[in-house]
Design a protein around this ligand. Structure first.
Ligand SMILES: Cc1ncc(COP(=O)(O)O)c(C=O)c1O
Length: 431
């Protein structure tokens, strides 16, 4: 029996309608930007396997660092204990982050990094002066993960409607999504900012924090906004004595053309959430990084002011070792050049698609991320109704359109030639 059939008998997959989904594709090997299935078909992984795999599959240096760590210390409880890879990771990341983001709290995935930021923001106000600030503001379409807190602040993303009754109260503002030659961007931004201003004025002293995916909303369809908008949002939030959370789970580690998207915004958040690419796609790990101001509000002679949160695998040494090596790879000249080359190839690829008169609109690029919308009605948020993923796979490409948006977020190991060839294949499929 094939691996796919054995899987079908036992496994329950994420974000999948198990009744109608076809057999899952059994991948037996990954190397560089490619994945190989049971039948020896080769696929270019243009979504970096759910946006985690930044430096290519089975990267030998990351693999080696995990192996070495595994023969020394595979895990140890992180309450009351520490270890070299965790401290080293903080020391390696610290110079890449704004000076005030210097306290690192570990967890395991993007959702928990967000959950931690929300809980810290809420408790910060209580610890500081006994204030109960119960409201959070989020951006329409924002996706922050699948735990209950993360779903609450992602309540407008369209993925979690079943659980709406469980959510805590949030306020939202429109996300001024923009694209090449967008004439209305200023109008959209002004509207969002006016709504934000009004939320802040109508709920004085009640907003714990605002959470935003800076520059690019991932799961809502790689929707992009201008850095100046984020700056204005941040300034308003800080002016109203509220906290700013940047969810860089997807945008972090070079994705948007800088190490972190926040560098382009000119504003420093109170929290940044990091995961996905942190280990180069090898092991689950997440960080919520915050400032001394927040950290110090939890210091007390009384235990009740401590942050009462933790996971069994917090700061797993293997994941930390992988992340240290991945962060070094990010900083290497070769990776920086590769990211730049991907950006140029995206520009060429999208320009050719447009020039050849395909029915595409809203082309947009941010760093190594490119996206466009098909000029056809959206088929709903998820991919289930679309045969496009299968058609792309027949061409040897892994792409997962979101509604009528097609996006490419390749590993940095992808060459411009591979990418341009992929654009030709995309054109063929769309044709
Ligand atoms: C911006 C953002 N935040 C949080 C998450 C949740 O991360 P995870 O799937 O690791 O829980 C995601 C996942 O796609 C994301 O894109």
């Amino acid at each position: 029996m094939s691996l796919s059939s054995r899987d079908k008998k036992r496994v329950w997959h994420p974000f999948t309608q198990e009744k109608t989904a076809g057999l899952p594709i059994a991948i037996k090997k990954g190397k560089g930007s490619y994945l190989y299935d049971e039948q020896d078909n080769t696929y270019l992984d243009l979504i970096s396997s759910w946006w985690v795999n930044l430096y290519g599959h089975a990267h030998p240096e990351i693999a080696q660092s995990i192996y070495q760590q595994a023969t020394t210390l595979e895990h140890v409880i992180f309450a009351g204990f520490t270890h070299e890879p965790a401290v080293q990771l903080c020391e390696t990341l610290d110079p890449l982050l704004p000076a005030s983001l210097s306290r690192f709290f570990f967890s395991d995935n993007g959702s928990t990094s967000v959950e931690v930021a929300l809980k810290m923001a809420y408790q910060y106000w209580k610890n500081k002066d006994g204030k109960e600030k119960k409201l959070f503001i989020c951006l329409e379409g924002g996706y922050h993960g699948d735990t209950v807190g993360a779903m609450s602040v992602g309540s407008e993303c369209g993925y979690h409607d079943h659980f709406r009754e469980l959510f805590f109260n949030v306020l939202s503002i429109p996300f001024p999504a923009t694209w090449d030659n967008d004439k209305n961007v200023e109008e959209k931004e002004s509207r969002s900012l006016a709504i934000l201003q009004s939320h802040l004025e109508q709920n004085p002293g009640q907003i714990a924090a605002l959470i935003i995916e800076p520059l690019v909303q991932g799961a809502s369809g790689m929707r992009m906004c201008r850095p100046s908008f984020i700056k204005k949002v941040g300034e308003l939030i800080h002016a109203h004595d509220s906290l700013l959370i940047f969810d860089e789970v997807m945008t972090g580690f070079g994705r948007t053309g800088s190490n972190f998207a926040m560098e382009q915004t000119g504003i420093v958040p109170d929290f940044v959430c990091l995961s996905k690419g942190i280990t180069g796609g090898f092991l689950p790990l997440a960080l919520t990084v915050t400032s001394p101001k927040i950290y110090e509000a939890f210091l007390s002679d009384e235990w009740k002011y401590a942050f009462s949160h933790g996971h069994s695998y917090t700061a797993n040494p293997l994941a930390c070792a992988a992340a240290v090596t991945a962060t070094r790879l990010l900083q290497s000249e070769a990776t920086q050049q590769a990211m730049h080359a991907i950006n140029i190839a995206h520009q060429q690829g999208l320009a050719t698609l447009k020039a050849n008169g395909r029915h595409i609109m809203h082309t947009r690029i941010q760093g190594t991320i490119a996206a466009f919308d098909l000029a056809t009605p959206a088929q709903g948020k998820r991919n289930t109704g679309s045969s496009l993923p299968r058609q792309f796979m027949r061409e040897g490409l892994i792409l997962r359109p979101i509604g009528n948006t097609i996006y490419l977020i390749p590993p940095y190991s992808t060459t411009p030639e591979e990418l341009l060839k992929a654009y030709e294949k995309i054109e063929r499929v769309l044709g």
